[in-house]
Design a protein around this ligand. Structure first.
Ligand SMILES: [Zn+2]
Length: 166
């Protein structure tokens, strides 16, 4: 949002995702067998389950699936927001998205917003580490502001693309 001129348009990001998706580290088979701590965000994995931990219990460092998606970047969810109404309510809608993100992350620590980028044409593209969060954000925006919402799920992949327009 800070430098709209330098943000690639949504289309290009999607194309890159398609190319990279077969190397997606998130889809590495199996869960971590050893307890470890994420060096990106400090989440811990114990018995294969990622959770918040106040004190690190395992010396081994790794990168949790959400940080892998953030650093890839390999988003699992894309929410595109557009339309004249959006242009007049950008701040409000962005803060709703941040609010819903914080609420969801409290329960699902691997569900996070990777970025909210503004395209040249005033379109906002929200990318997320989990498809669940993209869908939840899209539905929250529609519930609050009306408009039209299209949700598409990539076949055979845990990917969501949502387009909201008003
Ligand atoms: Zn992490």
């Amino acid at each position: 949002m800070d430098q709209p001129g330098r943000t690639p348009p949504p289309r290009r990001r999607r194309d890159r995702l398609v190319e990279d998706s077969r190397h997606d580290p998130y889809r590495a088979p199996g869960k971590p067998s050893e307890d470890a701590v994420c060096r990106g965000c400090g989440l811990g994995v114990r018995s294969g389950r990622w959770q918040r931990c106040s004190t690190p219990w395992a010396p081994r460092e790794t990168l949790c699936p959400a940080c892998q998606r953030t650093q890839g970047p390999y988003p699992a969810g894309f929410l595109c927001l557009r339309g004249d109404f959006l242009r007049g309510h950008r701040e409000e809608i962005t803060s709703l998205i941040r609010h819903v993100e914080a609420r969801e992350e409290a329960e699902h620590p691997l569900q996070r917003v990777i970025g909210i980028d503004e395209g040249d044409d005033g379109v906002l593209l929200v990318t997320t580490t989990g498809s669940h969060l993209a869908r939840t954000l899209a539905q929250a925006v529609q519930r609050a502001y009306g408009g039209s919402l299209e949700l598409r799920y990539a076949e055979g992949e845990n990917l969501v693309r949502a387009v909201w327009e008003r």
